[in-house]
Design a protein around this ligand. Structure first.
Ligand SMILES: Cc1ncc(COP(=O)(O)O)c(C=O)c1O
Length: 359
C-alpha cells in the first residue's frame, strides 16, 4: 500500500490509524454484523457511537456544561445563514470582522438577514493580517469572525476580547482541534468537518445555552439550534458515517495526548515550513509573521510561470493538492493535524531542490 502526502485544504488528509480502523470495522462493527452506514440512527449501536463522539469532543475541548454540542449538516456555508437566523434575537444588526474570502462570504450571506456592520477589516493590506482593533456596535446581536482564513493563511492566535457580554461567534473550520481553545470565551463556534475532524457532510456547532430559543420566525426546524439541541442533533437523520469517523478522529487525538500535544506537533511543522520560506528569496509568504496560520501556508514563487512545473514535480514525488485556491493562485500547503512531520520535511526538501534548480 502506498499513501501519498495530501496537502489539500479540505476534504483533507485523515489519520491513517482512523482509516485502517474504519476499514477493519467496515463489514462488521463490533460483532453487530453491520457497517455503521447501515445502522438506524435511533438504534442503540449508533446512539452509543454518537454519545461517545460527543463525550470525546467535550473532553478534548473541555467544553463547559453550559454549551450544547451539535452535529449538523450543510457545511460551514449553511452556518453563514443559520447564525443570523438563530442569533439576531430581533435586534436586526450584527457585526462582522473581515479578514479574507471566508469572512467575506459570511458577510454576504448575513446581509440577507440583517444590517451588517464591518467592525474591522484587513482588506487595506490584501488580507495579510489579523486586525486587533475592532469597532463593535454596542447594540449588535453578535460579532462574527473567521479565526483561521483557509485561503489567505491568516490565523488569530489570541481570542479577541469582547466587551459588554456581546456573543463572539467564530468560524473555526480550518483550525479547530489544532490547539487548545477556551470555549467559554465564545457564544458560538462552528466548523465544517472536512479538515481536522473527519469527512465532509458534517458540521459541528458549539453554542452557549442562553443563545438558544431565539430563532427568527420561519426558520426551518432542522436549522433551529434549540430544536436540534433538544433532539440530540437527530431531528432528522444525521450524517451518521461522518459522525462515526469524527468519533474515531477524536479518539486518535485523545490517545496522542490531546490538544496540547497536537499543538506542539503543529507548531513544529509550521516552523519547518515558515523558517524555510523566510530565509528564501525564491518563495514568499505575504502574511504578517505574528498572524500566520499553522494550518494553511500559502506562498508564491518568484516567477509565477514556474508554478505549474513546481506542482507537477511535487506530484511526481507523491505530494499532491498543493495548488493555491483558484481565487489567489500560487501554492498552498495545508498541514492539518493528520499531516505528518515527515510530509512537511519532504515538502521542504523538494522546495529547496526546486529553488536550487530555478532560483
Ligand atoms: C474557514 C472556512 N469557512 C467556511 C468554509 C466553507 O465550508 P463548507 O464547504 O463546508 O460549506 C470553508 C471551506 O473550506 C472554510 O475553510
Amino acid at each position: 500500500m502506498s499513501r501519498i502526502f495530501n496537502f489539500s485544504a479540505g476534504p483533507a488528509v485523515l489519520p491513517e490509524e482512523v482509516l485502517a480502523r474504519a476499514g477493519d470495522e467496515m463489514l462488521d462493527w463490533r460483532g453487530t454484523g453491520m457497517c455503521v452506514m447501515e445502522m438506524s440512527h435511533r438504534g442503540k449501536e449508533f446512539m452509543s457511537i454518537a454519545a461517545e463522539a460527543e463525550k470525546d469532543l467535550r473532553d478534548l475541548l473541555a467544553v463547559p456544561a453550559s454549551y450544547k454540542v451539535l452535529f449538523l449538516q450543510g457545511g460551514a456555508t449553511l452556518q453563514f445563514a443559520q447564525i443570523p437566523m438563530n442569533l439576531l434575537a430581533g435586534k436586526g444588526k450584527a457585526d462582522y470582522v473581515v479578514t479574507g474570502e471566508w469572512s467575506k462570504k459570511a458577510v454576504k450571506e448575513a446581509q440577507a438577514y440583517c444590517d451588517v456592520h464591518v467592525a474591522a477589516s484587513s482588506e487595506d493590506r490584501g488580507f495579510t493580517y489579523a486586525p486587533s482593533s475592532w469597532n463593535v456596535r454596542t447594540d449588535t446581536a453578535y460579532v462574527h469572525y473567521c479565526s483561521n482564513e483557509t485561503i489567505g493563511g491568516v490565523e488569530f492566535h489570541e481570542i479577541p476580547k469582547m466587551e459588554k457580554n456581546i456573543p463572539l461567534v467564530a468560524d473555526a473550520s480550518s483550525h479547530i482541534l489544532s490547539r487548545p481553545l477556551d470555549v467559554s470565551k465564545f457564544g458560538l463556534i462552528y466548523a465544517g468537518a472536512q479538515k481536522n475532524i473527519g469527512p465532509a457532510g458534517l458540521t459541528i456547532v458549539l453554542v452557549r445555552d442562553d443563545l438558544l430559543g431565539k430563532a427568527a420566525k420561519g426558520t426551518p426546524s432542522v436549522m433551529d439550534y434549540k430544536l436540534q439541541a433538544a433532539a440530540d442533533s437527530m431531528l432528522n437523520t444525521p450524517a451518521t458515517y461522518a459522525m462515526y469517523i469524527a468519533g474515531l478522529v477524536f479518539k486518535w487525538l485523545k490517545a496522542l495526548g490531546g490538544l496540547p500535544e497536537i499543538e506542539k506537533r503543529n507548531i513544529a511543522k509550521a516552523r519547518l515550513l515558515y523558517d524555510y520560506l523566510d530565509q528564501s528569496r525564491f518563495y514568499k509568504n505575504a502574511v504578517e509573521k505574528k498572524d500566520r496560520s499553522r494550518m494553511n501556508v500559502p506562498f508564491t514563487l518568484k516567477d509565477a510561470s514556474l508554478d505549474e512545473a513546481f506542482l507537477k514535480g511535487a506530484e511526481r514525488l507523491g505530494m499532491v493538492q498543493l495548488k493555491g485556491h483558484r481565487s489567489v493562485g500560487g501554492v498552498r500547503a495545508s498541514i492539518y493535524n493528520a499531516m505528518s512531520v515527515e510530509g512537511v520535511k519532504q515538502l521542504v526538501a523538494y522546495m529547496m531542490e526546486f529553488e536550487e534548480k530555478h532560483g
